[in-house]
Design a protein around this ligand. Structure first.
Ligand SMILES: NC(=O)c1ccc[n+]([C@@H]2O[C@H](COP(=O)([O-])OP(=O)(O)OC[C@H]3O[C@@H](n4cnc5c(N)ncnc54)[C@H](O)[C@@H]3O)[C@@H](O)[C@H]2O)c1
Length: 455
């Protein structure tokens, strides 16, 4: 299904549409990370000739050797795509050969928790000189409403060759133009319940031609595209989805803290509430928010809201509650040890799971990192185990320099803290071997043991 209104197209856009519909269009994907690489493979599988661009020479070289660097993407998938013409490069002059250019670069927060658009800005600066008339440029990076129009397009217009500019709503069919759209990525890493094709794709063009081209492109790899009237609406759609998650997770985290005091099992309550066939969607408490999206994206909107003198109170409150969860976990570990007449200072503590959520090889913003640092600060002797991470070194917000400890030594720790509930762990065996278990995810559900403290 495609809900786009079709527009009468200039000849160059007609040609572009025909190339997209016949899958003879060449597609360049910039930023070959968790979003860009799977998207490249999807486009390649659909029959497009795909070229991936990245400034990370290691990633380019691995792809050129037919190897994968993302756990859930098998190397064979890269090799199949390469057989269909998929190539990776760091040479941005090759942008000229592409009919479609999709930007999937990071959008983190700065040290002061403000939007860091430098990756979008640098990418736009790198591709601008190589743009040509008729190309479709799509931004997929999550960001605040207005980024495409206020940041991306001005850089592309300023850097592209004279006379060339993004098609604007007011000058359809005039001058030499490329087309610009925004389409948010909705992938949920580790969630295999919905096929990628079945996740509807939202698109918003800077003007109607861009909308039509973008809807045609995504309509060839997704079963449904949903066109919205502006790039701002598409940008805001993604933020609404993630803020909805962030606020609801904060709500259950708060109710968990209350339930713990009241002696009520919050997970049992959520299961019972989930039987309501309407008006309730379950969210689950945990050790804090992680990943590149939920802890970060809401603050893109609160920052932008200030421009309108608007204070996004729900976002701030949700952030406050979710950000306090790692401290709650460490306090719970201290209390659990205290009940065993042990102090956190000097105790051996094993943190199970450093990935931000189960079954993914992604550490970004993981609450485990803060929990490890807080435990170290309290002078605990801390180790971690995670089947996805042999080592945890240094990142934007942490500097741990640790290696994965073997699970066999579990009985030697004063306390085992389950932070990420990977499916590979044998929880009954862990409880059996451990002296004390603090469970932040209800991973030990159904196991009845005095060693378990659920927090
Ligand atoms: N990871 C997810 O599950 C997910 C889901 C939805 C949306 N998003 C959004 O998608 C965007 C990308 O996220 P990601 O998880 O793929 O990030 P990532 O860090 O995994 O990948 C980004 C890639 O961009 C490359 N890069 C950085 N600057 C570049 C430049 N100037 N030119 C070319 N390449 C450059 C990096 O080397 C990296 O390979 C972000 O805005 C994120 O918020 C991510």
């Amino acid at each position: 299904m495609n809900t786009t209104m079709n527009t009468t197209l200039p000849a160059i856009a007609e040609q572009q549409l025909a190339k997209i519909e016949t899958k003879t269009a060449k597609v360049g994907v910039i930023g070959l990370g968790y979003v860009g690489l799977p998207l490249s493979l999807l486009l390649s599988e659909a029959g497009f000739t795909v070229k991936g661009f990245d400034i990370d020479a290691r990633k380019v070289s691995q792809l050129e050797q037919g190897q994968s660097y993302i756990y859930r993407i098998p190397t064979t998938d890269i090799q199949v795509a390469r057989a269909h013409g998929f190539r990776a490069t760091a040479d941005f002059s090759e942008i000229t050969e592409q009919d479609v250019v999709i930007l999937c670069v990071p959008t983190p927060l700065t040290e002061h928790r403000e939007p860091d658009l430098s990756f979008i800005q640098k990418t736009a600066t790198s591709i601008a000189p190589w743009l040509r008339p008729g190309q479709l440029v799509v931004l997929e990076s999550t960001t605040y409403p207005g980024t495409t129009e206020e940041i991306l397009i001005p850089i592309l217009n300023a850097g592209s060759r004279e006379g060339l500019a993004a098609q604007s709503r007011n000058s359809i069919g005039e001058g030499e133009a490329f087309y610009v759209a925004f389409s948010p990525e909705r992938e949920d890493p580790g969630n295999n319940t919905v096929a990628r094709r079945d996740i509807p794709k939202v698109v918003g063009g800077h003007e109607p031609i861009a909308s039509q081209l973008a809807a045609a492109l995504y309509g060839s790899i997704f079963n449904q595209t949903v066109s919205v009237s502006t790039t701002q609406a598409a940008e805001m759609t993604k933020l609404l989805e993630n803020i909805y998650r962030c606020v609801n997770i904060a709500l259950v985290n708060e109710l968990k803290l209350l339930s713990l005091r009241m002696g009520v099992d919050i997970w049992e309550v959520i299961d019972a509430a989930s039987t309501k066939p309407f008006g309730f969607q379950p969210f689950y408490p945990g050790p804090g928010l992680g990943g590149h999206c939920i802890p970060i994206d809401p603050f893109y909107l609160s920052w932008k809201a200030k421009e309108w003198d608007f204070h996004t109170r729900f976002i701030e409150l949700a952030g406050e509650i979710n950000e306090a969860m790692p401290t709650h976990v460490v306090r719970s570990v201290a209390a659990a040890l205290n009940a065993e007449r042990k102090s956190l200072n000097g105790s051996r503590v094993l943190v199970l799971g450093v990935a931000y959520k189960k079954d993914v090889d992604d550490l970004r913003e993981s609450p485990s990192l803060e929990i490890l640092e807080l435990l170290q600060k309290e002078q605990a002797q801390v180790d971690y185990n995670d089947p996805y991470f042999p080592t945890v070194g240094r990142g934007r917000h942490y500097d741990l320099g640790m290696s994965c400890a073997p699970l066999e030594a579990i009985g030697e720790y004063d306390c085992v803290v389950i932070v990420t509930d990977h499916s590979d762990y044998d929880y009954p065996a862990i409880v059996e071997a451990a002296q004390l278990v603090v469970d932040t995810r209800n991973a030990t559900r159904g196991i009845d043991s005095p060693k378990i403290v659920r927090c």
